[in-house]
Design a binder for this molecule. Structure first.
Ligand code: ZN
Length: 215
């Protein structure tokens, strides 16, 4: 059962492991997302985008990302937007969902998806913002993925069928993350883990349906 929506720990199990295209080296039984992190957009090349396209088609790659926009780090936002668009269009073409990093750019991310007519599921990972930041994302149908640092009122504002949890680069276990979030939702840790697994499964399965439709 896949529970952890986003980790950089290559050894993780029950998780979607996020890797850069040039570091993609799939291990048996593991699931991946591939993407060029917004922080690396200032050095990324057309070759990296080609490798992204290749890796993205691998059956163990179940999502695209992490991609996104960061107003505090990486290339100028115009370049970051260009690269985000490439990821979104690729995800749409392949029918795979997208894992998005967004720092002070939630409106721009939503606009980008709207402009391109993106219909595959999108999740904002490491959601820390308040409800005001989350609102446009939730209204656009995004999933929100929470790690150990989160705004409790945003967790409560997230529809329970669009709530994901993640360990990211914290080194924590997913059970520890669930233990931090579960009291907010008045859920037991096992119940939150089950809910997160079910939601992540839907997030991933929606894309398979899309692929089937296209064939
Ligand atoms: Zn990450």
């Amino acid at each position: 059962m896949t529970i952890d929506a986003h980790t950089h720990n290559l050894e993780a199990t029950d998780a979607i492991i996020a890797v850069e295209p040039n570091a993609f080296s799939p291990q048996p039984g593991k699931l991946y997302s591939v993407g060029i992190h917004p922080w690396h957009t200032d050095t990324s090349t057309d070759d990296d985008l080609m490798r992204l396209r290749e890796a993205a088609q691998h059956p163990q790659v179940v999502a695209i990302g992490e991609t996104g926009l960061d107003n505090l780090r990486g290339a100028p936002l115009s370049r970051q937007t260009e690269i985000l668009e490439r990821h979104l269009l690729l995800a749409q073409e392949l029918g795979k969902p997208v894992i998005i990093h967004s720092v002070r750019t939630s409106q721009q991310v939503v606009q980008c998806c709207r402009r391109l007519g993106i219909t595959v599921p999108c999740a904002i990972h490491g959601m820390r913002g308040n409800e005001r930041v989350a609102r446009p994302l939730l209204d656009a149908g995004f999933y929100l993925s929470f790690g150990p640092r989160f705004n409790p009122s945003t967790v409560l504002a997230t529809p329970q069928d669009r709530l994901l949890i993640e360990t990211d680069d914290t080194g924590m276990t997913i059970a520890q993350v669930a233990a931090a979030i579960s009291p907010i939702l008045h859920l037991t840790v096992p119940n939150l883990l089950a809910l997160a697994a079910q939601n992540l499964n839907t997030f991933l399965v929606k894309n398979t349906e899309k692929v089937k439709q296209q064939k």
